[in-house]
Design a protein around this ligand. Structure first.
Ligand SMILES: [Zn+2]
Length: 305
């Protein structure tokens, strides 16, 4: 993998339409081996993955934004398929109150899975960011959102990478290749013809990417904090107009998303979780374009290099 690849598997709000499935977002990241995560897993997610040509077995974890059925009902079927395909490795399921709901999924029905589901709770109150997953390549961070029930947003944050710059190395008299590069990478420096050569002398730092998925939420102060300078902000935009008593719906409207994206200085914003009242993608795209944003559709792919 040389890039982060995001596939929208479901972009509807609440009810599926002919064109939009329930919420799910698939993210594959650069790694030694193919690895991916899911953000939300609405009903039918596994079939959407199949149609998109995505690999069930590469999923490292599932991050649930909140426990409304349109965001999690696909877990049961997906884990059974993973089992039939031979998964042995435990599957972590992250989310607010994961320790309450994941055991219920485990107990429901007769299952003979060869692997367990491991719940990981995400804090859903306050203003603190929480690191849920961290390895040498990346972090996944959550922050509480505002949806009337426990809900969180997630940021997928890639670490910066150090790439050797051959031209810089050659200018310092280093050979085109050789064990000295391994030594410099490991120790941070090496001696060459009596001179100290540090990793910073022969490399360039490539900034890691940041992708934020809000799940379902009303506007709140944590959104801009979590998505500050994000390369991609994927935001609930259930409504494109004023609706009567919007507070009852606990979602975001297009102008509210635009304000949050601006405050966060997000480089690109894509709207998802679209109400079924909107049937014309062209009109939605035109409305989003006025704010410099885009509208998601099922199977839309975004690649971050
Ligand atoms: Zn919801």
């Amino acid at each position: 993998m040389t890039a982060i690849e995001i596939t929208f598997l479901g972009t509807t709000a609440g009810v599926p339409t002919k064109y939009r499935n329930h919420a799910a977002l698939h993210l594959t990241y650069r790694s030694q081996e193919e690895a991916s995560v899911l953000f939300d897993c609405g009903e039918g997610t596994q079939r959407q993955m199949l149609l998109a040509g995505l690999n069930f077995m590469a999923i490292e974890g599932i991050f649930i934004s909140h426990w409304h059925a349109d965001h999690f009902a696909g877990i049961l079927g997906l884990v059974e398929t993973m089992n039939l395909e031979g998964r042995k490795k435990p599957l972590k399921i992250y989310g607010p109150e994961a320790e309450k709901f994941v055991p219920m999924l485990e107990e429901l029905g007769y299952s003979t899975k060869d692997f367990g589901l491991v719940p990981v709770n995400a804090e859903f109150e306050g203003r603190e960011a929480q690191v849920l997953l961290e390895n040498a390549e990346l972090r996944v961070i959550s922050m509480p959102m505002k949806h009337g029930i426990p809900a969180v947003a997630y940021a997928f944050v890639e670490n910066d990478r150090i790439n050797i710059d051959k031209a810089k190395a050659a200018a310092l008299g280093l050979p085109a290749k050789g064990p000295i590069f391994g030594e410099i990478k490991e120790k941070g420096f090496a001696a060459h013809k009596g001179k100290r050569i540090g990793i910073e002398d022969i490399s360039v730092r490539i900034a890691g990417k940041k992708v934020v998925y809000t799940g379902d939420t009303m506007p709140n102060r944590n959104i801009a904090a979590l998505s500050a300078d994000a390369d991609l902000l994927i935001h609930d935009c259930t409504f494109f107009e004023d609706v009567t008593d919007m507070s009852g719906y606990k979602h975001a409207r297009i102008d509210e998303v635009a304000a949050a994206a601006k405050e966060a200085r997000a480089k690109k914003t894509i709207l998802t979780h679209i109400s079924r009242r909107y049937q014309s993608p062209k009109e939605l795209e035109a409305a989003a374009k006025k704010y410099g944003m885009e509208v998601a559709h099922d199977f839309m792919k975004v690649v971050l290099k």
